[in-house]
Design a protein around this ligand. Structure first.
Ligand code: HEC
Ligand code: HEC
Ligand code: HEC
Ligand code: HEC
Ligand code: HEC
Ligand code: HEC
Ligand code: HEC
Length: 383
């Protein structure tokens, strides 16, 4: 950026508006999701709306057809699926894992898939009900026994093209076949799992997995759409716009907490006490620990780099302009809203060096560390 040019003038109108908004809201701080859920109004994973007010994605498609088509192609839209429609399960007639003493099999059947474990003498099995995670990294299965939901002890991992221990399950040897198959999910955890991986699983009448919509859909983020749709059908455009939650009106800090409702906010991670590489999965926490973040800036919220209605962009160069919105390409004078120093090392593909990939061992896949920094070879992972 040229010295002497106000970088504010170069910001997109929305970012400029948000900077101004942010200036008014000095007290805005990251919050835990539970606190956000208690505040009035809509928030993702909120359970207080009426189930009748959800209309489903097909309705949104009537007027937002392009956006809906591209959102439906994202992994978020496929964050869960009934086991019978899981691509991974349909593509594999059998997925096996030999072990001592426990061996596992997921076998495709006419109506879905059966998950079983054997100790060489006896075996037990359960039909799979749900597949959680599209499986770009991994996929975990849910089944029911005596009306209780269980999480499979084995998950499918893409890099292995096979089964291994589900993240969060203890490495200790199970004592019996039941334990080897999976673990019961307590009601609160169950509600949370479905809250982040499906839409409208809980409402003001409680948790009801029979009426949910699989995946993270329009209304998981924008709230129930009935009112918006009926006003728009009546061509009451202004009222209609007010009747749907638009996250772009949030301050930068609240916007990052918004994605953090599922990706975990800074406070969620602090409360979970998740230390070490495992917390690389929690982008809001990592990002807000960057020196770049300061006290929050619209040029560095999640949506500055990601459009939640589109596929994740994998070309490193596509992110350069995001960095250069603040960092000058050549040394410049430091200003209130941009640091003066330019990179002495690189001119492009900034993220390849400054947002390194870190291996999260039990996910068998790397995550992009959103703690933007000068990463030195051999340094310990900064919590
Ligand atoms: C009958 C047509 C219609 C349907 C159905 C519809 N919308 Fe809209 N929507 C509009 C129009 C018109 C606007 C205002 C112009 C624009 O931004 O495209 C709008 C704007 C919006 C906005 C931006 C509001 C703002 O702050 O300006 C959001 C978010 C939105 N719609 C989400 C949805 C979702 C989610 C659904 C499905 C639950 C949906 N819409 C269904 C017509 C519709
Ligand atoms: C209702 C919960 C929820 C909310 C809110 C949410 N996400 Fe997600 N997101 C998920 C889940 C679950 C996945 C994992 C999907 C999968 O691969 O199975 C995911 C995956 C992603 C991915 C990875 C896509 C890929 O190609 O692997 C990106 C990027 C992402 N989310 C961005 C965002 C952004 C940006 C926001 C805020 C605007 C946001 N998310 C809000 C639940 C959510
Ligand atoms: C607080 C929200 C939240 C809860 C609760 C939650 N998830 Fe997720 N889950 C996510 C988000 C966000 C991602 C994407 C980022 C990542 O991989 O960590 C994800 C990713 C996954 C993935 C990997 C998908 C991939 O390929 O990247 C699996 C599998 C998964 N979740 C299963 C589960 C299961 C099973 C439960 C409940 C026992 C659960 N999750 C509970 C938010 C949540
Ligand atoms: C993961 C959360 C998430 C999901 C899922 C999601 N949106 Fe959005 N939506 C957002 C955010 C965040 C913004 C603000 C984006 C911005 O300002 O760049 C937004 C903005 C919009 C807008 C206003 C766009 C504009 O340019 O003013 C419309 C319309 C909209 N979404 C419709 C939809 C529809 C329809 C779906 C389902 C097909 C959907 N959204 C799914 C998070 C989401
Ligand atoms: C919202 C503005 C903003 C954006 C966007 C931004 N940064 Fe920064 N960045 C800063 C500020 C402010 C500092 C702190 C500078 C200081 O204190 O001297 C900083 C510091 C840094 C540092 C030094 C960190 C350290 O540990 O010493 C690096 C490296 C860096 N940024 C790279 C990037 C890259 C790469 C991107 C894009 C992925 C990026 N930044 C995006 C504002 C930003
Ligand atoms: C400065 C740009 C930038 C910002 C801001 C940013 N991301 Fe990312 N994000 C990236 C890049 C780069 C990747 C890796 C893309 C690739 O090559 O696959 C990525 C990848 C991801 C992934 C896929 C999993 C992974 O680790 O590779 C998720 C999920 C994600 N981001 C969520 C978020 C959320 C939530 C926020 C807000 C807290 C956010 N991102 C903010 C640049 C950004
Ligand atoms: C090949 C790896 C690489 C690439 C690509 C790269 N950087 Fe750097 N960057 C570094 C290293 C290494 C340093 C630390 C230099 C030192 O301290 O000797 C650094 C330092 C920085 C600093 C801190 C400067 C200071 O003096 O405080 C910023 C800001 C920065 N880079 C931004 C960027 C931006 C923006 C891009 C993309 C336009 C980028 N970098 C591309 C490796 C890279």
């Amino acid at each position: 950026m040229l010295a002497g040019v106000s970088s504010l003038a170069l910001l997109a109108p929305r970012a400029r508006m948000q900077s101004a908004l942010q200036a008014q809201q000095k007290v805005d701080t990251p919050m835990a999701t539970d606190e956000r859920l208690e505040a009035p109004g809509w928030w993702p994973t909120k359970r207080s709306a009426s189930r009748e007010d959800y209309v489903g994605t097909a309705e949104c498609a009537r007027c937002h057809s392009k956006m809906t088509a591209s959102q439906l192609a994202t992994p978020m839209a496929h964050a869960s699926t009934p086991a019978a429609t899981s691509g991974i399960l349909r593509e594999h007639e059998q997925i096996s894992r030999r072990g001592v003493p426990y061996s596992y099999n997921i076998t495709r059947t006419e109506t879905g898939s059966t998950y079983s474990v054997s100790d060489g003498t006896n075996s037990i099995s359960a039909p799979l009900l749900w597949a959680f995670g599209l499986g770009n990294k991994g996929q975990t299965y849910l089944y029911q026994r005596d009306g209780v939901f269980y999480e499979s002890r084995m998950s499918f991992y893409k890099t292995l093209q096979g089964l291994d221990l589900t993240t969060g399950h203890a490495y200790k040897m199970p004592e019996n076949l039941e334990e080897a198959l999976g673990r019961a999910i307590d009601p609160d955890t169950l509600r949370r799992c479905f809250g982040c991986h499906t839409t409208a699983s809980a409402s003001n009448t409680g948790f009801d997995p029979t009426r949910l919509m699989p995946g993270v859909n329009c209304e998981a983020c924008h709230g129930p759409g009935a009112k918006h749709v009926s006003l728009m059908d009546e061509e009451k455009t202004e009222q209609g716009r007010q009747a749907i939650f638009n996250p772009s009106r949030l301050s930068p800090v609240a916007l990052v907490d918004f994605c953090g409702a599922c990706h975990r906010t800074w406070n969620d991670v602090y409360e979970m006490d998740a230390t070490g590489v495992a917390n690389a999965r929690f982008q809001p926490y990592r990002l807000e620990n960057s020196r770049c973040w300061g006290e929050g800036d619209a040029r560095l919220t999640c949506i500055a780099c990601h459009d939640p209605h589109r596929q994740l962009v994998h070309e490193a160069g596509a992110y350069d302009q995001k960095c250069l919105a603040c960092h000058p390409a050549a040394p410049a004078r430091k200003a209130r809203d941009h640091p003066g120093k330019a990179c002495p090392t690189g001119k492009k593909d900034c993220v390849t060096c400054h947002m390194p990939r870190v291996a999260v061992p039990n996910m068998h896949a790397p995550f992009t560390d959103h703690r933007i920094r000068i990463a030195r070879a051999g340094e310990p992972y900064p919590d």
